[in-house]
Design a protein around this ligand. Structure first.
Ligand code: SF4
Length: 359
């Protein structure tokens, strides 16, 4: 029997698809080279933008027309939609399965040098434009010893680089009861026998522990949000094996828009944080996410994002044109910026940050 996985969206979905693959392989299934050879097609969906959902509708439609129609399974973020809506919109889908159903599988990784490692799933932050807290639920962290054992096992198999994944890695472990106790548990791993941490922040401790493992060459992580990137985490990031590329989403440079987005910082706080990080790690390169055309964003407010980008000197930016997502708080706000204007703002920031050009 053969399976085929189609993945949409972020690196978290890529990592989840590796688990789906492992889950099928454990059952003795093989991965199909072509979708037409598959007995089951698993669509790991993304809900962040309407365009991502539209691509799923298109794919399901095409699959339903195949001569030998495979069983179609939909998983991932689109399962945030009520089942009756999904059934109505996607009648050709045979099964809607929560991603957690596949988590018992050991991930099957194609890359043999670098591994994506989810450290938490879900988000408690409810930025007003974002569907993730509805799609993935509240933040649940993996136990520290489980992550450490996975990394140790990967190193034994020759992996050199890891990227830790979480919607907000800084809050990793805050939901774990008796976090200190779980640290005691992994003293059974020989090379960590004498490990003692100077930190209290779980994510800083995690970075410190993983840094200690011989054979780990480079540790990266996404995503780190500005409001809880504290001094301990900054100190842990300065450890030599930690990646010098830091992704720090700002979303807007205007305080009023940030408030409307329910981002828990001001422009000044963001700039102060960047200053502090650069002081501690002068070689750091900072990338970011920015949304243009959020409801009510005036020309002046947009220019605050431009000014902030100039001040920080971002290495790279993922600039998104705002698109309203049903079910989010911002959906109730009037999407009053024309697409043309949004596109114009997008281009200005893209040229400035990603191509080093100004208009
Ligand atoms: S931190 Fe905000 S933008 Fe990121 S996943 Fe959570 S709600 Fe979405």
């Amino acid at each position: 029997m053969k399976y085929f996985i189609k993945t949409f969206g972020c690196q978290m979905n890529v990592a989840d698809s590796e688990r789906i693959s492992g889950w099928y392989q454990q059952k003795g299934w093989q991965e199909a080279g072509e979708v037409s050879e598959a007995d089951e097609v698993i669509i790991n969906s993304c809900s962040v933008r309407q365009s991502a959902e539209n691509r799923v509708y298109g794919l399901v439609n095409n699959l339903s027309k195949l001569k030998r129609k495979p069983k179609i399974i939909l998983t991932g973020c689109m399962l945030r939609l009520p089942k009756r809506v999904l059934i109505k919109k996607l009648p050709a889908v045979d099964e809607f399965r929560p991603i957690k159903d596949f988590y018992s599988g050991f991930p099957l990784r194609k890359d043999k040098n670098h591994a994506w490692i989810p450290i938490s799933n879900g988000c408690n932050n409810f930025c007003t434009y974002c569907v993730v807290p509805y799609a993935r639920g509240k933040e649940i962290s993996r136990p520290l010893e489980e992550i450490v054992c996975e990394v140790e096992e990967l190193v034994n198999r020759g992996y050199k680089e890891i990227t830790l994944l979480g919607q907000n890695v800084n809050s990793y472990g805050k939901d774990l009861k008796n976090f200190q106790f779980s640290i005691d548990n992994f003293h059974s791993i020989p090379q960590l026998l004498n490990f003692q941490t100077k930190y209290e922040t779980p994510f800083a401790i995690l970075l410190e522990v993983l840094h200690q493992i011989e054979g780990v060459g480079k540790i990266s992580f996404i995503t780190s949000n500005p409001w809880d990137l504290n001094d301990e985490i900054i100190e842990a990031i300065s450890l030599p094996k930690i990646d010098r590329n830091l992704h720090l989403p700002v979303q807007s440079g205007d305080d009023e828009i940030l408030k409307k987005m329910n981002r828990k910082y001001t422009k000044k706080k963001y700039l102060d944080l960047v200053k502090k990080i650069k002081k501690k790690i002068p070689e750091i390169k900072i990338s970011t996410d920015i949304i243009v055309g959020f409801p009510g964003e005036t020309e002046e407010q947009f220019m605050e994002s431009v000014k902030l980008a100039k001040k920080v000197g971002f290495d790279k930016a993922y600039i998104a044109i705002y698109s309203p997502r049903e079910g989010t708080a911002a959906f109730k706000l009037k999407d009053n910026i024309s697409f043309r204007e949004k596109k114009k703002r997008w281009k200005i920031l893209d040229e400035l940050i990603n191509h080093n050009r100004t208009f």
